[in-house]
Ligand binder design. Structure first.
Ligand code: BGC
Ligand code: CA
Length: 423
């Protein structure tokens, strides 16, 4: 009897669970309950990096998709140091005992950019504690001061220090000769033309001291490579593994980091699809969907508490670049067409914050376009000017017309303005 009672109890509980379990989003769902996927710019305080949990938990169907900025930044630093170690003492071109580098910073308020600046300084020994965050020693990458220094040819800057490296048994000083945020006059960040101008100024003023160029992304790195370092033969490192940068490795561009844009683009649309269908959020991610789409575990991680998905990064150098030449190729592991019966076509609004950002337009967008049709999402793509949030939000004139939203903010602090729009 007891057994029967507990069996009935279990059945009743299971039925209750099923009743409140996920279900497809009904027609007429208010905009405030529709899925929102933040991507590429993580809702966070641009000063402190603290996550904006109001935005990340805006409704039950809100997620962030990005990549592991710290893991990638550490990898970029290691890639640069490995190169220095392998390429020996001739790197000190003017023979002054100093390996000098310049650093292009993307956006001082963007956590990806901050992480990369920190990773490079940490690896090269030029890091000092971030006093603005109350840090007194550099225990790990998060403690590093990411402030741009302007020019530092004499080694007197306070936001960095001179580092030391031994190459082939010979000791060198490592100096950050200059760094600046690459922001244009209208306010667009990660700005490649600004980086091209900066290297012209820097090389004219202290060109023979520059032995290495480090850039927070390939857009700026390639602008420098094309303007100066290719011809001057200066090792140049970027980030993103855009196709043009990977191709340039054959011509002497030294290395970049793939943040696996295929994985991120898929996750951006996939999480939205799952939320729309009311299925488990890991469908087609950790567990195969009906069409066989699945991500292998080594490609991403998910932090359930903050609802953030992160693609993992890989280094791309002369040793392996041939496999990365087409950054826009879809990944066959998750490029299988869903049926209209399983996943009926839905209308989605998605913005790219800056129509001239190399990574987002040349790599991420083509990857989104690979997967939108596969996932039966009819996506309206909107591009911003990289500076004005309002310009993007104004173009979401009629949110009622869409079933879900994928948002790439101009500034990581601005999530609230989108939420107001959807309220
Ligand atoms: C990319 C940059 C890009 C930026 C835009 C970063 O993750 O690496 O290349 O400019 O996102 O937000
Ligand atoms: Ca030198």
């Amino acid at each position: 009897m007891k057994k029967l009672v507990s069996l009935l109890l279990i059945l009743a509980m299971a039925a209750a669970l099923l009743a409140v379990g996920p279900s497809a989003l009904a027609a007429g769902t208010p905009n405030s309950e529709k899925p929102v996927i933040w991507f590429n710019r993580q809702p966070s305080n641009s000063q402190t990096g603290e996550l904006d949990m109001d935005a990340l938990t805006w409704n039950a169907n809100t997620y962030y998709v990005g990549f592991d900025a710290i893991q990638g930044a550490v990898l970029q630093g290691e890639m640069i140091v490995n190169y220095l170690q392998a390429n020996g003492a001739e790197l000190d071109r003017n023979g002054d005992g100093i390996i000098g580098y310049v650093l292009c910073i993307g956006d001082v308020g963007h956590n990806d950019s901050i992480a990369r600046t920190r990773g490079a300084r940490l690896a090269l020994g030029t890091a000092v504690p971030d006093s603005a965050q109350g840090k007194t020693e550099v225990g790990d990458i998060n403690d590093v001061d990411p402030t741009p220094i302007g020019t530092n040819t004499d080694g007197s800057a306070t936001h960095v220090q001179d580092g030391a490296i031994t190459i082939d048994g010979k000791d060198f000083v490592v100096r950050e000769l200059a760094s600046q945020e690459m922001k244009n006059n209208s306010g667009a960040t990660w700005d490649a033309p600004t980086a091209g101008n900066a290297i012209n100024t820097w090389s004219a003023a202290f060109g023979d001291q520059i032995d290495v160029v480090v850039s927070n992304n390939d857009g700026m790195g390639m602008a420098i490579f094309n303007a100066w370092s290719k011809e001057a033969g200066i090792p140049t490192f970027g980030y993103d593994a855009n196709s043009d940068a990977v191709a340039a490795i054959a011509d002497g561009y030294c290395g970049t980091i793939s943040q696996n844009a295929d994985v991120q683009a898929y996750l951006t649309l996939r999480t939205l699809r799952n939320a729309l269908d009311g299925v488990d959020i890991m469908t087609g991610i950790s567990t195969p969907d009906a069409a066989g789409n699945v991500l292998s575990e080594d490609l991403y991680k998910y932090d359930e508490a903050t609802r953030c998905f992160y693609a993992l990064n890989g280094a791309v150098t002369a040793d392996n670049y041939e496999a990365f030449l087409d950054a826009t190729a879809p990944n066959p592991a998750f490029n299988n067409q869903l049926t209209e019966a399983d996943a009926p076509t839905m209308k989605v609004w998605l913005d790219i914050f800056n129509s001239t950002d190399n990574f987002l337009n040349a790599t991420y967008l083509p990857q989104l376009e690979n997967y939108d049709g596969v996932l039966n999402l009819d996506v309206e793509y909107v591009k911003g000017d990289g500076q004005t949030e309002g310009n993007i939000i104004d173009r979401l004139a009629n949110p009622d017309a869409y079933e879900g939203f994928c948002i790439n903010m101009v500034k990581t602090d601005n999530a609230a303005s989108y939420m107001i729009k959807l309220s």
